[in-house]
Design a protein around this ligand. Structure first.
Ligand SMILES: NC(=O)c1ccc[n+]([C@@H]2O[C@H](COP(=O)([O-])OP(=O)(O)OC[C@H]3O[C@@H](n4cnc5c(N)ncnc54)[C@H](OP(=O)(O)O)[C@@H]3O)[C@@H](O)[C@H]2O)c1
Length: 512
């Protein structure tokens, strides 16, 4: 949306009115979703008071400003702003983007007491998007970033009672519950956890138990074995309480921690489902990195995977990243306008515009068959096999049936002097490891609903519905998957293929 159009809407948009002059801290802006939220705020809310970015330094850029300028401001997410209003963009970045060097997992983000109190007093809201989205993260790491760091966010809110906190969670905190999932506190599907009369679950005892188990594993192992044991511990504990993986378990724990710490204060939990490329903004198909479903799409495109465990009739819940950013901004405006309440919103497509796993696969395969050459970073040639989803039991049977003869053949070939691994065996390993990580998500037994978010969008009015659309009913799945998402993956997430050519290499040697 051009700046003039935004100006025209200012008087009638509740969101723009609420955010005028407000100062918002965002974590996780080096990541995928954080960047889209930041871009949308800069482009669409020009009168926002200031955007504070909490960024940890890394080896190349030890301070937040340096990392922002090199890793965030240079992102293609800002191409549209650079094209439509380069001066406005530069001025905004210079005067209204404040970069704070800090580590969200440390008390006071590693800042001095004074600096942290000053920061808290300057802010109106915080959006916490930082997380480890690795499904099989080591338990200690996942617990630190997805659960315990929320004590530090709550600590900031403790220094400023006006502060509205918005926590980016995930619909998959639902874990192994099946059926319709509403925008409410989720009951664990596994071993019971005590529940408070305020609605949230009491997790202190459980967190202590997990920390004891982590300490025990740490005392017994080291190096790579320790890493593996901590990954296994995470999955084991997640399964015990009703989650498929460590990521979603620790995100659920995080929700409980915040609900207790901020009871009676402004807390909005926004739960997206699987976030994929943008439907429209900042550009159709914009995406960063290879996300959940894309790892499988990529493996299929490269002909490494053609059989996968999945339920074709299950509803796979994908939501474009721009709709998620809009939901965050919309609900932030609501929290600033009507503080002192706890709200939960789901950002999803399953309840309102369902697409089944079968349809999802068929659309992508149809595009791969008809137009693979248009996506040259993704497909190196037309895939020769279809992608087949079968139930888990059949998948396990087939995989275990072919694995044994293949590994025997591989061993025999190695004895005969072949140094390379058998390609089909390598592909089988890729399939098995993707199935272990993502198999739960391709056999969905639940439908995420978001009546509350739709109602919020309706309450905010027609202008904000246009400026900050959240309704998944606008998605035409065939167009989105075939023409927007595959093109976006090809353009933004994948690099140009480096083809090694003997001739080119010889001519380079000659030139040298
Ligand atoms: N992607 C999805 O499909 C999806 C779906 C549902 C919900 N979500 C939620 O959406 C949010 C954003 O996800 P995303 O896809 O944008 O993730 P992402 O691209 O992996 O970005 C993660 C962000 O978190 C920060 N972070 C990770 N570990 C950290 C640590 N130990 N200390 C400080 N910062 C740390 C990263 O900062 P560094 O660069 O410094 O590491 C990065 O900015 C998360 O809360 C996630 O749970 C994502």
């Amino acid at each position: 949306m051009a700046m003039q159009q935004v100006k025209q809407h200012e008087s009638s948009s509740k969101v723009l009115g609420q955010l005028r002059g407000k100062r918002v801290l965002i974590t996780g802006t080096t990541g995928f979703l954080g960047k889209v939220v930041l871009e949308k705020l800069i482009r669409t809310v020009p009168d926002i008071g200031g955007i504070y970015l909490l960024i940890r330094g890394n080896k190349r850029h030890p301070d937040a400003r340096g990392r922002f300028l090199n890793e965030i401001a240079t992102s293609s997410v800002f191409d549209r702003l650079r094209e439509t209003d380069p001066e406005g963009f530069e001025t905004f970045i210079e005067h209204r983007v404040h970069c704070i060097t800090g580590e969200v997992t440390e008390p006071r983000f590693g800042m001095t007491e004074d600096a942290c109190a000053r920061l808290a007093s300057e802010l109106d809201a915080v959006i916490n998007s930082a997380a480890s989205v690795n499904f099989r993260e080591e338990l200690d790491k996942a617990l630190t970033i997805n659960t315990l760091c929320l004590e530090n966010i709550a600590g900031l809110a403790g220094l400023n009672s006006r502060l509205a906190v918005l926590q980016v969670s995930t619909c998959y905190v639902n874990g192994m519950n099946s059926g319709q999932v509403s925008e409410s506190v989720i009951k664990p599907a596994g071993q019971a956890i005590p529940r408070s009369s305020k609605g949230y679950y009491e997790i202190e005892e459980l967190v202590r138990l997990l920390q004891d188990k982590i300490a025990d594993v740490r005392a017994r192992y080291s190096g790579k074995t320790l890493e593996k044991k901590l990954i296994d511990l995470g999955i084991q504990e997640a399964n015990r309480y009703g989650w498929s993986d460590t990521y979603t378990f620790t995100k659920w724990l995080g929700e409980q921690l915040l609900m207790k710490a901020l009871n009676g204060r402004s807390l909005t939990i926004v739960r997206p489902s699987i976030i994929e490329s943008a439907l429209e903004e900042p550009a159709p198909g914009w995406i960063e990195g290879v996300k959940v479903a894309d790892a499988i799409i990529l493996a299929y495109a490269r002909e490494k995977v053609s059989l996968f465990p999945g339920k074709r009739s299950g509803i796979i819940d994908v939501i474009p990243v721009d709709l998620v950013a809009n939901a965050i901004i919309l609900s932030l405006a609501e929290a600033l306008g009507e503080p002192g309440r706890r709200r939960i919103y789901q950002c999803c497509s399953g309840g309102s515009n369902p697409v089944s796993l079968g349809q999802f696969i068929d659309h992508l395969m149809a595009e791969a068959k008809a137009n693979y050459a248009a996506y040259d970073h993704l497909f190196y040639r037309q895939p020769s096999k279809p992608f087949v989803a079968v139930n888990r039991a059949l998948f396990d049977l087939v995989v275990s049936g072919v694995r044994l003869p293949l590994s025997v053949t591989d061993k025999v070939l190695k004895l005969l002097g072949h140094s390379r691994d058998l390609k089909v065996l390598k592909n089988l390993d890729t399939t098995q490891s993707l199935a272990t990580i993502f198999g739960f998500y391709t056999a969905p037994d639940y439908i995420f609903c978001n009546d509350e978010l739709q109602a919020l969008s309706a309450r905010m009015g027609t202008v904000d519905k246009v400026l900050f659309p959240v309704d998944a009913r606008q998605i035409d799945w065939e167009v989105y998957l075939r023409k927007i998402h595959l093109a976006g993956l090809n353009r933004y997430a994948l690099k140009e293929r480096k083809v090694f050519s003997l001739r080119a290499s010889r001519s380079r040697q000659k030139a040298a």
